[in-house]
Design a binder for this molecule. Sequence first.
Ligand code: AMP
Length: 425
Amino acid sequence: MLIKRPKGTQDIIPGTIEKWHFLEEQIRKICQEYGYQEIRTPVFEATELFQRGVGETTDIVNKEMYTFLDKGQRSITLRPEGTASICRAYVENKLYAQTLPVKLYYLGPMFRYENTQAGRYRQFHQFGIEVLGVENPLVDAEVIQLLWDFLQRLGLQGLEVHINSVGCSHCRAVHREKLQTFLEDRKDKLCSDCQSRLERNPLRILDCKNKNCQALTVEAPTTLDTLCPDCQEHWESVQHYLKMGDISFKINPKLVRGLDYYQKTAFEVMAKGIGAQSAICGGGRYDGLVEEIGGPSTPGIGFAVGLERILAAMQSQKIEIECTDKTSVMVAVLGDKARQVGFQLANQLRQRGIIAFMDLMGRSLKSQMKYADRVGSRYVLILGEEELEKGIIIVRDMKLGDQKEIAKADLIEFIQNIDSSEFEI
Ligand code: AMP
């Protein structure tokens, strides 16, 4: 029986991979411009890292982790997100001893055992940034600015940036009590998930997707109502800087984010045209996280963008992805001797950074020309017995349908400097 790929995973095959390369290039470019350095952490970690770093009460930890015992009986989990691993790496590699802030970015696959649907996979890819070591609200704005800039450069339209402040642990305690009091009378009407959240993590009730729960919390106290003076000042500064950066945003008091350690700023970006899973990015401040996993008290903020959803949004908005047009040639040969010379020629071209194809299937000359067209080679070098004898090679411009004879000794230089005007009559 045919073995298929696991549910919720995708093969990224030629024809699509170019889009990923383009996106990855854009990511590296913008991160460098904003002064972020790449970090790569393992795709699997000790399960405890996510239990503590994402939070025991979250759906990710409770329902969605790929957890298994390895052969040494250690509990291992495929990373469901990037922030916890980066905080661990920050502590383990003592990155805090470097000049602060530490500004990092990452790119790679994440794993969550989710109910799959369009835009929701079990293996998906995130690009994220993290800034560790600064409390200043200017950083919150810079992080959102980078995100906004990235999405603008891709040409995405109709995006909505939602922001909120969920306060610090002091204001959260006040809010929690108010919210529990408010929900106490409505408890029986909440969905079963929210009934259990009421004790463990009532804040999450505010972003429950259940319509009934949403109706019940319309009037519920929000975290913005209970911000302490410090958090209020931070919140106002973030908004001020965002306005200075010309970023239009919506204040969404119901935005609380899934992770337990978010503090103060929380944000999300939604895109149109990609169906129900419209969130393309989520982020926020997590000032308590590094300490929670055993490091020194360190403020942190970051975001993660879902790359599948970005590509889906680009596709739905018909945004063309530019591919760099490198010269590509096809060495078409006729006869055994020509094949051997052609083989060497193709290698010499590749040494000079030119993309060179050769017939590997023993095709006729006509089929080799068709193949050249299919692999996108604009120029075909034709080499048969006659050309070998004369010491020349025919260079054909497939686009203009014109050709020239070039002395074999001059060929490499000719191709290196090739320009279609050579062929125009
Ligand atoms: P989160 O880490 O849950 O805040 O997610 C950040 C971003 O990652 C989301 O806005 C999505 O774009 C993307 N994302 C999260 N979960 C999935 C998934 N299961 N499949 C595809 N993309 C996802």
